[in-house]
Design a protein around this ligand. Structure first.
Ligand code: ADP
Length: 545
């Protein structure tokens, strides 16, 4: 027997229509590339997203055609989120920090037909446009009078001139909810990037999941600052879940330094912020130097790479900001787990609560997970045994666009996505990442977690960033060393740092050496690039060898 309820498809256009009707005057505030602050409402955003949809119709773009963005976090980018996907096209958000060759490769692979870019990226577009024959309309995300002259880019128009004459009325198509809505390429630290193609259904379900109280707890009382870029897995879905809840949105534009972020947080009464640890490190340094405090910020979601426990302590103890440690992947839209306590933990002493919150958290409804050994056998959930982490759920990848399905089947024939992460799960379902599979250090048949070693090193007050890698060893296979970038003006010796590990981890896990570097190389999404670090340390020999 079928249920007798209304059959409504889950569409991205419904999110912005909801915000328009019930939170029409809630604000969207953006720091623009020009440096000034722009301010308008969901009502304005909806009208302009419709103008954009009409402009795309004007180009005779079919449903499913790809429209690319190369842009910072800002209101025009958010209009693209709704105008492009809502009208049945696929929004392809490109990471501008990738190598130009890789960007050209991605544009061709996606067969983008329209590419809209912030004027900051003009030199990049000038370098790649001739290699992107599928693009038939280049759009600069700027006012008509700011359109670069003599750019050499054929047919370049300004976004404002392009949408200006268009009607603010548009009937969003009633698509099948499994229609593709947007796409994002993995950062591809090895080989060519792979394309993840999200659907309306996966994006809306993810937006619901992300807003839940045990996840980001978003509401119409929040002012949300997505520092995580809109080209990095849809800013973790925030442009969608903000509309779903009617939250005020504050976009930082290109200004991601500590001072700019702090000033924006204070000026706009930001209550909730989201970003990777490296960004927060800059913010905290700025605040510590100036003896500053937050007046409204009460929680921040940190993910993308492991959040050092010392950062959680500083946010909570010095600034009264709750850290929500989250884990996810491009292939997961991205949210998989997030750390919040359960009722039974409330009476625990603070140190024990902190231990739980340092982990990557527990699954959000919609995500299931397992850890398995190399033969695919399930490992116990005892918080100690580690295994390869597999996940499944309605917002998790099945097959790469123009690629293969990486899923592995269980005995019931259900497909699980292999994350490439190694993790433990405790009896309460809290997951802790110990490593990327390729970063695991194997010493004498035992595994050493590079993240554990990095977390300890970053607990030292002189350490700005630490990266632990394995080095070949004739007896033990590999031994860990830790590369350390010191905080400006801070001093610590190799011996002091090695002594700092005493009592914090098993003796055999303590690194054999500390190598001081000017900076730890970071990839396009702000994560440590261990491959690059290994290249930099070519020729390095462990002490005593
Ligand atoms: P890519 O896989 O291309 O680097 P993603 O943004 O999809 O880009 O990265 C996902 C990976 O980032 C995860 O598989 C995991 O290794 C790492 N990661 C994400 N969040 C965390 C976290 N909170 N702690 C540790 N690692 C994390």
């Amino acid at each position: 027997m079928q249920g007798l309820m209304q059959d409504q498809q889950l569409l991205i256009s419904s999110l912005i229509e909801f915000a328009n009707r019930f939170h029409g005057d809630a604000e969207i505030v953006s720091r623009r590339v020009e440096g000034d602050i722009h301010r308008y409402t969901y009502r304005d955003l909806t009208a302009r997203a419709k103008q954009l949809a009409n402009a795309l119709d004007g180009l005779k773009l079919a449903h499913g055609d790809r429209v690319a963005s190369l842009a910072w976090n800002g209101y025009r980018h958010m209009e693209m989120y709704y105008g492009v996907s809502g009208s049945g096209r696929v929004l392809h958000t490109i990471n501008p920090r990738l190598h130009p060759e890789q960007i050209a490769w991605i544009v061709n692979h996606a067969e983008d037909q329209v590419l809209c870019f912030d004027t900051t990226f003009l030199p990049l577009i000038q370098a790649v446009h001739a290699k992107c024959p599928t693009v038939r309309q280049w759009v600069a995300l700027c006012d008509a009078d700011k359109l670069p002259t003599d750019s050499g880019i054929p047919g370049l128009v300004s976004y404002e001139a392009w949408i200006a004459g268009q009607s603010k009325n548009y009937r969003w198509p009633q698509l099948d909810e499994n229609t593709a809505s947007s796409m994002c390429y993995t950062s591809g630290t090895t080989g060519n990037p792979k394309a993840v193609l999200y659907s309306h259904r996966s994006s809306v379900l993810h937006a619901y999941g992300a807003a839940l109280p045990d996840v980001m707890n978003l509401s119409a009382r929040d002012a949300v600052l997505p520092v995580v870029p809109m080209f990095h897995v849809n800013a973790w879905g925030l442009p969608y879940s903000a509309a779903l809840t009617g939250a005020k949105v504050v976009f930082p534009g290109p200004a991601l330094d500590g001072k700019s972020l702090y000033d924006l947080i204070e000026a706009e009464g930001v209550t909730f912020a989201a970003g990777v640890p490296t960004v927060w490190q800059m913010l905290l340094t700025h605040m510590q130097q100036g003896g500053l405090k937050f007046s409204h910020l009460n929680r921040t979601v940190i993910g993308g790479s492991a959040c050092p426990p010392a950062m959680i302590d500083t946010f909570e103890d010095t600034y009264g900001v709750r850290v929500l440690h989250a884990w996810g992947m491009t292939e997961m839209s991205p949210l998989g787990t997030l750390g919040t306590l359960k009722n039974k933990h409330l009476a625990l002493p603070k140190e024990q609560q902190r231990k739980i919150l340092q982990k990557q958290g527990r699954p959000i409804y919609g995500v299931d997970m397992r850890i398995v050994d190399s033969d695919g056998r399930d490992q116990p959930w005892d918080g100690k045994a580690c295994g390869d982490l597999l996940v499944r759920g309605p917002w998790i990848l099945d097959t790469y666009y123009k690629g293969a399905s990486p899923l592995v089947k269980d005995e019931e024939g259900r497909g699980w996505f292999p994350t490439g992460d190694v993790a433990t799960i405790d009896p309460d379902g809290y997951m802790q990442i110990t490593d990327r599979t390729k970063d695991v250090i194997k010493s004498g048949g035992e595994w050493i977690s590079s993240i554990d070693i990095e977390n300890i090193a970053m607990g030292h007050p002189a350490v700005a960033m630490a990266a632990c890698i394995g080095m070949p060893h004739p007896k033990w296979d590999e031994r860990p060393i830790v590369a350390v970038a010191k905080k400006a003006g801070a001093e610590v010796s190799r011996e002091e740092l090695l002594a700092f590990f005493d009592g914090k981890t098993a003796k055999w896990q303590i690194p054999d050496d500390v190598v001081f570097v000017d900076a730890i190389p970071l990839g396009a999404t702000g994560k440590m690039l261990k491959t690059k670090l290994r290249e930099q340390l070519a020729g390095y020999k462990l002490p005593g060898l």
